[in-house]
Design a protein around this ligand. Structure first.
Ligand code: ZN
Length: 110
């Protein structure tokens, strides 16, 4: 049908499926339900940019500021943060004797 093949399964039963937010025609593979556009113009974020974003994050800059300076979209940035949240450990298992002492001292005072 219409000379298109599915990029996922090479199927040829392709139908039109609305438009992307950029206005491009979207297609749907009737075999595997994969949705796609032709000649997509999305440019991937370079690894150097990702490293720069991570370095700026460690400097505690505002998220919007990082997006403006580096030139990445806030939706990409949000997805990147979600990925970081999943991969970076958040709790360090330590027991500090100093903080324990301080808390017991405060308890005695009150
Ligand atoms: Zn398919």
């Amino acid at each position: 049908m219409n000379g298109l093949t599915c990029p996922a399964c090479e199927g040829v039963y392709i139908v039109k499926n609305g438009h992307a937010h950029t206005g491009k025609q979207r297609y749907l593979c009737r075999v595997c339900r994969h949705q796609f556009t032709l000649n997509h113009t999305r440019t991937p974020i370079s690894p150097e940019t990702v490293i720069l974003v991570d370095r700026l994050l460690s400097e505690r800059l505002s998220h919007r500021g990082i997006c403006r300076v580096v030139g990445v979209s806030r939706s990409w940035f949000r997805r990147h943060l979600q990925m970081l949240i999943k991969t970076v450990p958040h709790a360090i298992e330590t027991e500090s004797p100093a903080s324990k002492k301080a808390s017991t001292l405060q308890d005695q005072r009150s």
